[in-house]
Write a protein that binds this ligand. Structure first.
Ligand code: SF4
Length: 362
């Protein structure tokens, strides 16, 4: 096993690295992360080429690309990560991480390493573990091995809301190995292996899809037994999409609300109404019920596996939060209501995306 690679070593998100005591730092508004996010590492990097990712094959100058999801991911010995987790849980300090998430990259060594990292953490720490995997490498048999190793949930980062956008950013058109059909099949297999409600998909809002298209994928995967975990597109330094605009916060708010209503079976996509730009104008429930739900603030809290609140992964701490890592205040809910009622024409349609990609030879 080469020194410095997974499963012996893993990368930790900056937030996890602070919680584990490996690097100094504090959390703005005390928004501590309840999930320890880990990432596999191999010297020859990721073989995929997702155009919004700093690790993409054609842009990553070094396998340990500078940033991912806005932050650095230092390389740590897994044994040290485990020792630190045990210490935190033993001391019973006020803050206790609730979950560990082990994310793969697309590399031939990833399957074995993912299973081994999860097995080790599960046997030595026993916390709930999510396996964030790619169906390009993980089929049903490998998913069963993840469950046997101790994974409590499986996450699948579909990221794109339509087959066309998926192909443009991650598939053939992007010179990447991922395929939309294989990803949907992977969600089906994961639900068969882990059961309904124990599988989540990642959806990035703002990659060229309309609100209607995002809602339809949320409903489709919900019907398959999977929840949706939302991310608001943030341009990654060094990636092909580093100059692609972020979605208007109003667009993100409406999708957050729609996701909450669908994943809690309060409404269905087919009951919703849209304007000409396919922006949501009606959620298919009474105005009174909708107002009560908005007033709770719940729909705007980070959606993810239990405990995964991902503080400031979609915006700078100084900005008005997109994913709230804590319940929004009364004052913040007032602002959210205004955002929900704002209808700006999005600058990031699939037509814009195609024009943008041509400039980068895709
Ligand atoms: S929601 Fe969080 S814990 Fe769950 S798979 Fe995604 S990043 Fe991992």
């Amino acid at each position: 096993m080469p020194i410095g690679e997974s499963p012996e070593y893993v990368r930790t998100s900056t937030a996890a690295d602070i919680v584990l005591g490996f690097s100094p730092g504090k959390f703005y508004r005390n928004a501590v992360p309840y999930c320890i996010n880990l990432l596999l590492y191999f010297k020859d990097g990721c073989k995929a080429n997702c155009l919004y990712c700093g690790q993409a094959r054609e842009v990553a100058k070094d396998a340990a690309c500078k940033t991912l999801i806005r932050v650095e991911w230092p390389l740590r010995k897994l044994d040290n990560v485990i020792a630190s987790l045990k210490k935190i849980l033993r001391t019973g300090c006020s803050f206790r991480p609730y979950r560990v998430c082990v994310a793969t990259i697309t590399n031939p060594k990833a399957v074995e390493a993912e299973i081994e990292v999860i097995r080790k953490i599960y046997h030595e720490v026993g916390m709930p573990i999510s396996a964030l995997i790619t169906p390009t490498l993980f089929h049903k048999e490998e998913m069963k091995k993840l469950r046997e190793a101790g994974a409590e949930r499986i996450g699948i980062a579909i990221d794109c809301a339509t087959p066309q956008i998926f192909d443009l950013l991650r598939g053939k058109a992007a010179r990447g190995p991922h395929r939309w059909q294989r990803y949907l099949q992977g969600v089906e297999e994961a639900v068969q292996v882990m059961n309904k409600g124990k599988v989540g998909i990642h959806l990035i809002v703002g990659l060229g899809e309309t609100e209607k298209q995002a809602v339809e994928l949320i409903q489709k995967t919900h019907d398959m037994g999977a929840e949706t975990h939302l991310f608001s597109f943030y341009p990654e330094e060094g990636s092909v999409l580093e100059k692609w605009p972020r979605p208007p916060i109003s667009q993100y708010r409406r999708i957050q609300l729609a996701r909450y209503l669908i994943n809690n079976e309060i409404t269905y996509a087919e009951n919703m109404k849209y304007n000409q730009a396919e922006q949501i104008t009606d959620y298919g429930i009474s105005k009174g019920l909708l107002a009560d739900i908005i007033e709770t603030g719940q729909p705007f809290i980070t959606s993810g596996c239990p405990g995964c609140n991902r503080p400031y992964s979609n915006e700078k701490p100084s900005e008005f939060p997109r994913n709230f890592p804590y319940p929004p205040t009364r004052k913040q809910i007032q602002k959210i209501k205004q955002q929900l009622q704002t209808y700006k024409l999005s600058q990031n349609t699939v037509k814009d995306l195609k024009k943008y990609l041509v400039k980068y030879n895709y």
